[in-house]
Design a binder for this molecule. Structure first.
Ligand SMILES: Cc1cc2nc3c(=O)[nH]c(=O)nc-3n(C[C@H](O)[C@H](O)[C@H](O)COP(=O)(O)OP(=O)(O)OC[C@H]3O[C@@H](n4cnc5c(N)ncnc54)[C@H](O)[C@@H]3O)c2cc1C
Length: 399
């Protein structure tokens, strides 16, 4: 089978790109394949998105404009299941503050389905239950060997190949586009639904290396009495002694949650910033496959769509993908990786976190809040720069 553009993966990144291309008069046929049998299920995600205005004062204007465009074209009213107003931060067992946090809890599966259906209605082809096994280049075209659900095996040839298949990407690994991430730049995150006595319009984030080493745990109310809960644990620590499921169950117990489903789902999330390359020839990486998750807060839905938007723009003649990524998105990603690395000693040691809290609770909580908003303000940078020697001090053993 021959196509102009083959998109491997129909998540936020792949579905957005397909929709963008067919809506922008792209000259060529677009095929999306996804190994899942149905559109985006099961959902392994906190399903939290910023409201339209939340980040306007915190991130650069050009990036914010792209964010708004991605939201306007995919986030319909009916996909929002709850509107949140505040964020409660719990650090090493202490309530450190409640902050403004206008966000949405969404039905992510329905949102992706909406984008896929939009893309299909405008001419994109989509095939579910089709798994890309490996890809290569032959005679100037990309060739992907795929397996389908009925046991079939065939090759899809394309002029342009897009890896939107999350991390680690089959497209990336088969073509050797990037060097991949180190284990400390990956999070293993769990996802479940639970009941509990928490406010219906408040997100709760728990930072406690005893519960979620190298990451955080969350309770996001869905507004129907159920909460979307989960724990993110750094991959290099996730399997030492306890495994991510043990951390998850400890969180459930300690926070008085009653899980309504038995199965806890898990997925890998890259938090090391953008990978060293985004493309090779006519092969491109977008979304988690290129490392677009915000390292300080784990948000990846809008960022995946932002990378897809920039690639869509490039493929429709609006510039060069690498240059667009480097000017519009990379500065924010580099800053957030820096913040994450500065904060790592606290995220990895409960003792250090408790000592830092003892020195200044308000300093620490405001720095965490601003990093959660992915703040590019100079004042936040100064806060982290000044906090760095303090963090080094509290994280080394007392003399
Ligand atoms: C537990 C958890 C909680 C999260 N919470 C949030 C949150 O609250 N807010 C937020 O913004 N982000 C959150 N994220 C991050 C967010 O879910 C991801 O960053 C986002 O979904 C990335 O989109 P994507 O399209 O790049 O990848 P994915 O959503 O992973 O989609 C990739 C698609 O590719 C398909 N695929 C993979 N390999 C192949 C293959 N070989 N062949 C064919 N198809 C393939 C998969 O089936 C999948 O449909 C969370 C992540 C996790 C794990």
């Amino acid at each position: 089978m021959d196509v102009d553009v083959l998109i491997v993966g129909g998540g936020p990144a792949g579905s957005y790109l397909a929709r963008y291309l067919v809506s922008s008069g792209f000259d060529g046929d677009v095929l999306v394949i996804d190994k899942r049998g149905v559109v985006y299920a099961p959902v392994i995600c906190g399903e939290l998105l910023p409201s339209e205005g939340l980040l306007s004062d915190w991130i650069p204007r050009e990036l914010h404009n792209v964010l708004l465009e991605t939201m306007r074209s995919t986030l319909r009213r009916e996909f929002i299941v709850n509107e949140l107003r505040s964020l409660r931060l719990i650090v090493a067992g202490r309530d450190v503050g409640t902050f403004p946090f206008r966000t949405y809890l969404v039905d992510k599966g329905a949102m992706i389905k909406g984008a896929i259906e939009d893309a299909m209605s405008r001419g994109a082809r989509v095939r579910f239950g089709v798994n890309a096994v490996r890809c290569g280049v032959k005679g100037g075209l990309y060739e992907c060997l795929v397996h389908d659900r009925s046991g079939g095996e065939y090759v899809i040839r394309s002029r342009v190949l897009v890896g939107a298949d999350a991390y680690p990407s089959v497209v990336d690994r088969s073509l050797g586009i990037t060097g991949g991430f180190r284990p400390e730049d990956l999070i293993i995150a769990t996802s479940a639904r639970a009941r509990g006595r928490y406010e219906e319009d408040e997100a709760v984030i728990v930072m406690d290396p005893g519960l979620a080493p190298g990451g955080f745990a969350w309770i996001f109310p869905r507004g129907d009495g159920l909460h979307n809960i989960g724990v993110g644990v750094r991959n290099n620590l996730a399997w030492r002694g306890a495994d991510p499921l043990d951390h998850h169950m400890k969180f459930v117990r300690e926070f008085g949650l009653e899980q309504v489903q038995r199965a806890v789902l898990m997925k890998t999330l890259p938090v090391g910033g953008l990978l060293n390359r985004y493309s090779l020839g006519g092969a491109y990486l977008i979304g988690d496959a290129v490392g677009s998750v915000i390292p300080t807060n784990g948000a990846g839905i809008n960022p995946a769509m932002i990378t897809a938007h920039l690639l869509g723009r490039a493929l429709t003649g609006g510039g060069d993908y690498v240059r667009l990524m480097n000017t519009v998105f990379k500065p924010l990603m580099d800053r957030m990786v820096l913040f994450r690395r500065i904060g790592d000693p606290l995220l990895l040691s409960r003792d250090a976190m408790v000592r830092a809290l003892g020195i200044s609770k308000s300093y620490l909580s405001s720095a965490i809040y601003e990093a959660t908003l992915s703040s590019m303000r100079i004042s936040t940078l100064i806060k982290f720069a000044l906090g760095y020697p303090l963090i080094r001090l509290v994280s080394s053993p007392w003399p």
